[in-house]
Design a protein around this ligand. Sequence first.
Ligand code: AMP
Length: 195
Amino acid sequence: MRLLIVGPQGAGKGTQAELLCQKLGIPHVSTGDLFRANISAGTELGQRAQTYMRAGQLVPDSVTEDMVADRLCQDDAAHGYLLDGFPRTLAQAQWLNELLTTRGETLDKVVLITAPDEVLMGRMLGRGRADDTPEAIATRLELYRSETEPLVEFYGDLVVEIDGVGDVHDIHDRVMNRIGAAEGSATNTPEAGTR
Ligand code: AMP
């Protein structure tokens, strides 16, 4: 299955992404995680990304897109993946469509996790990540509203909206049901056979 998960920071997107990937046996392709791994490893890519990340700004498309294209060429992404944190803008979504066309692939679903602003803020402040300064949080939230939310319209019927408030496992069950991958679901059978 090829999925994209979208949602504002603090909606629980990362947690749901992990649970989905474990359940479906697909790699979690998170651009934020890939950047952070590059920063920890001291790579040139990490150095280029770091300044933008600290400010809560987007890393330039050329850097991000090359990294995504490389990641999707790895063997574990041959039969499915979950994209998390990419695309984040309409331009990136258009670039992804072209990449998918050359790969002969389409996305099966776009999972949108939502939560009210006060829930989002509370969760982020409790997270304690290095780039979670109040300024960076505010910038990322604004960027989400202006740059990422338009993806919901772009992906149209592919989008399934999930309420991200509540118990983590209940939310996971909601996601599985809505993407047609819940246990016993007929749509799960052909995909399961390909892995
Ligand atoms: P995240 O872990 O998804 O919150 O991403 C952390 C940071 O990585 C973001 O604030 C951006 O600086 C950078 N980043 C992640 N994904 C992208 C993307 N698709 N385009 C540009 N920058 C990104």
